[in-house]
Unconditional design. Structure first.
Length: 415
């Protein structure tokens, strides 16, 4: 009899935070604070320009009203006047008409000089007020939007590892506080659901594995009896194969449930080494089916869980070997670094796969041609597990039909 294994502890909380592409100029990102600043500052600037225009027009009208000279000299033989502000009237022997024209030109010049001075000083004042307005608007927008920043920081912490974090926003009962309270309620429900999932996975690991292990042991004991009838031995082998298939199904389901969570402990893992391990494990099966495995595997180190990453490579290579052509088939497994990301590519010969069936291959228990049961090629969870593990590492997996038959499976993971 096999000993009953102790139930494993619940998986730890995830700590993965999705990596977002950094913009080339992060300070130019159109945040709400920047938009509010531009809105308030722009409105003030437009109001200032309008006010300046009105003041300028009123001042020009007032100066035009007094632009005509208050007096004219109508008689006299020779006019000589001294003026520091109007040099034209200092010329000697001016006629009356020339003197009156000079006085009028000096008044116009003085008026234009006063308007230009008023405009330049007003523009400088407007520029200073605009700077103050934008700075004040930026500060006020930051103060108004500070609760949103707190909500964002809490959401990032929750997405990382800590579902127990809460916003607990204080202040007036406005829209932002309502949003924060709603987010806290959602986090509470998520924490309860995640805790229940952890408990279920732990209990299922114990409750499902134990009876299957007992059944396997009993069947192996009866099959080891040399005096057992042939019919009984054949039945035992059938039951043992069925029990083994059930064990694979349970292991696959539990791994799928765990891999949907994010990776807690990350260590440097070389995809080339992982792919080589997977190829070594499938080499015997590939040789039995006449499938050649080839491909160059360059170093591509990522941060993640080595066991789960090896499961990705193993599932892809196994599928590539099992779903292949009967003769002269091959599987190409390559690893490399492209555009700052580690890439694992598994290409194989095989039957022609329609493009519209690609997405269905990643669904649990789905195979090509909607085959679900009665197959010796697996339990239909390999690609589902590979996709979940890739997502848990912040990457993704994609498939595309290969020209001539077969598939090209590409796994991309951040370095």
């Amino acid at each position: 009899m096999a000993t009953t294994p102790a139930p494993p502890t619940a998986p730890p909380k995830p700590t993965w935070e999705p990596r977002r592409a950094e913009p080339p100029f992060p300070w130019l990102r159109p945040t709400i604070r920047i938009r509010l600043t531009l809105l308030y500052g722009g409105m003030f600037l437009i109001a200032g320009i309008m006010l300046l225009s009105i003041i300028y027009l009123l001042a020009a009208q007032a100066l035009n009203t007094g632009a005509e000279p208050l007096f004219k000299i109508v008689s006299g033989t020779s006019i000589k006047v001294s003026s520091d502000n109007c040099p034209a009237v200092q010329a000697g022997n001016l006629s009356l008409d020339e003197f009156n024209v000079a006085i009028s030109n000096c008044i116009d010049h003085q008026r234009q000089t006063a308007l230009d001075d008023l405009l330049s000083r007003s523009l400088l004042a407007l520029l200073g007020l605009a700077i103050i307005a934008f700075a004040f608007g930026y500060a006020m927008a930051g103060r108004v939007l500070s609760p949103l920043g707190r909500i964002t920081r809490t959401a990032r912490a929750v997405a990382g590892s800590d579902l127990s974090r809460r916003i607990e926003l204080d202040g007036p009962d406005d829209e932002l506080k309502e949003l924060a309270d709603t987010f806290d309620d959602m986090l509470e429900r998520l924490q309860r659901a995640f805790t229940a999932q952890q408990r279920f996975v732990g209990n299922a690991s114990h409750e499902l594995r134990t009876p299957l292990a007992i059944n396997r042991t009993l069947l192996e004991v009866h099959l080891s009896d040399p005096g057992a009838p042939v019919e009984l031995q054949q039945l035992g082998k059938t039951l043992l194969a069925t029990n083994e298939r059930s064990e694979q199904l349970v292991e696959g389901l539990l791994l799928l449930a765990r891999s949907d969570n994010q990776i807690v402990e990350r260590k440097p893992v070389d995809l080339a080494e992982v792919a080589t391990q997977a190829v070594d494990q499938v080499h015997a099966e590939a040789a039995a089916k006449g499938v050649a495995i080839r491909g160059e595997r360059a170093a591509a180190v990522v941060q993640g869980n080595g066991v789960l990453l090896e499961r990705i490579a193993l599932n892809l290579v196994q599928n590539a070997v099992r779903y292949n052509v009967p003769e002269d088939g091959w599987v190409e497994v390559t690893t490399q670094v492209q555009h700052g990301q580690a890439v694992l590519v598994v290409t194989n010969t095989g039957p022609v796969v329609p493009a519209y069936e690609i997405d269905n291959l990643f669904e649990p228990f789905r195979r090509l041609r909607t085959e679900r049961t009665g197959s010796d090629k697996g339990v239909g969870l390999g690609l589902s597990i590979a996709r979940s593990v890739a997502r848990a590492h912040g990457g993704h997996i994609a498939a595309e039909p290969r020209e001539g038959g077969g598939l090209v499976m590409r796994v991309t993971l951040p370095i």
